[in-house]
Design a binder for this molecule. Structure first.
Ligand SMILES: Nc1ncnc2c1ncn2[C@@H]1O[C@H](COP(=O)(O)OP(=O)(O)OP(=O)(O)O)[C@@H](O)[C@H]1O
Ligand SMILES: [Mg+2]
Length: 395
């Protein structure tokens, strides 16, 4: 953010007696103020201009000190948070108060979540508000992650339970319809209806299979294979299904690590992701399928799960399509969440991909913004060469 974007002063500041952004003299308290480990920003109570900052605040927000002092406090909020900040500053009773999980922004525009303790006081003869600020970005992300994980767990249990019972019912329906078809299938009075019953029952069975994959209740046949092998097979499936106006770029790193997966299921997940990418590019675009090995030096926090540090074979499926807003992005892995009109979307494609990836101990994340395309990343834990040998010591 440059000074050009600085907020105009609030109207009530016009008759403030002090020079609104003039620094305050902290005298012998300066050393204590500077030494506080948390960022402390002092603002003029009338004009909301910053009148003093400590080193921690300079470091956190990235404004050089001489630019920071004189800046409107509203500049620490992203554009969408300014109206609310103005309201808070006007309505807040005088004294001491705390606000939690507020979105702030640094000079370079990057965002952080903060708790703010604010205290009204008089310094150097001027009414000021002293805000002590704590960066809680990680805590907020972890809370969000926990909520998402709990939601997916609950939905998974529900969907799995229903799908399981429903599947049993369908097995009986299909078996009985097949018996009837054996007896009356050639009778023109019944043949169409019987074929319809079987057709719809099979479709319903396919839905329950997808739900079972999401809730990780499906029986899998696991193999240890290099990630590239599975991706290449999936690509062979995908290419004929992708329309001509979409270019496919394949960027496969040589020698991707081996992973423990059910190859058929993973192929299915990749297929679903590429079909979504195609749907998101009605006017054409590029679909990029990339693989590589990544070593995470430390745990990575995503919106859904913490990915533990370690070695992973990574697959990214990226498109240049319409992208999605934050609300959609938060819900894409939920079963039955779809933005496509019926009967186009069931909303099961990504929930199935999620279940498949989680079942083999992997992680799936999404990065997207409206008009910016979407990138789905799948990280699968590397399987060491010694892993398959463990079977020898089994029974
Ligand atoms: N690559 C993408 N770009 C933009 N939006 C996407 C992308 N992938 C998924 N979405 C959004 O996520 C929603 C859910 O996707 P999901 O694959 O689970 O279901 P669907 O594609 O709507 O239906 P189905 O997969 O059953 O045909 C989509 O409706 C769409 O809004
Ligand atoms: Mg889909």
């Amino acid at each position: 953010m440059t000074p050009d974007h600085q907020e105009p002063e609030p109207s009530q500041a016009s008759d403030a007696p002090e020079a609104p952004g003039a620094p305050v003299a902290l005298g012998r308290y300066r050393q204590i103020y500077e030494g506080v480990a948390l960022p402390v920003v002092m603002i003029d109570a009338e004009s909301w201009r910053v009148v003093a900052v400590n080193q921690a605040a300079v470091t956190q927000y990235g404004y050089p000190r001489d630019e920071f002092v004189g800046l409107s406090a509203l500049n620490l909020r992203p554009p969408e948070g300014k109206a609310e900040a103005r309201k808070v500053l006007v309505e807040m009773p005088h004294g001491f108060w705390k606000t939690t999980a507020v979105k702030h922004c640094r000079k370079d525009g990057s965002l952080l979540m903060v708790d703010v303790w604010s205290q009204d006081t008089v310094v150097d003869g001027r009414a000021v508000r002293v805000a002590t600020i704590s960066d809680v970005t990680e805590r907020v992300q972890l809370q969000h992650e926990l909520q998402q994980a709990q939601k997916m767990e609950a939905v998974g249990r529900l969907a799995g339970g229903i799908a399981h019972d429903f599947n049993n019912a369908l097995t009986s329906i299909i078996a009985n319809a097949e018996l009837l078809q054996g007896s009356f299938g050639d009778d023109p009075a019944w043949s169409t209806e019987l074929a319809d019953i079987l057709d719809y029952a099979e479709r319903a069975a396919e839905l329950t299979r997808q739900l079972l994959a999401f809730s990780r209740r499906r029986v899998v046949s696991v193999e240890v294979v290099p990630l590239n092998d599975v991706v290449l097979r999936a690509e062979a499936l995908v290419r004929p299904a992708i329309a001509e106006h979409i270019a496919i770029e394949s960027r496969m790193a040589v020698g991707t690590w081996s992973v423990r997966v059910d190859p058929t299921q993973l192929e299915q997940a990749i297929f679903n992701l590429t079909m979504n990418a195609q749907d998101a590019m009605p006017g054409g675009g590029t679909l990029i399928v990339a693989t590589r090995n990544v070593s995470l030096g430390r745990d990575a926090i995503t919106d859904r799960s913490t990915i533990p540090a370690g070695d992973y074979a990574e697959l990214t499926i990226c498109d240049t399509g319409i992208g999605m807003d934050d609300l959609t992005r938060d819900r894409v892995f939920e079963p039955f969440f779809t933005t496509k009109p019926p009967p186009e979307g069931t909303g099961l494609g990504l929930s199935m991909a999620y279940g498949i990836v989680r079942q083999c101990g992997g992680y799936i994340t999404v990065d997207s913004a409206v008009g910016q395309g979407a990138t789905f990343r799948i990280l699968l834990p590397r399987v060491g060469r010694s892993a398959p040998l463990t079977h020898l010591h089994g029974d």
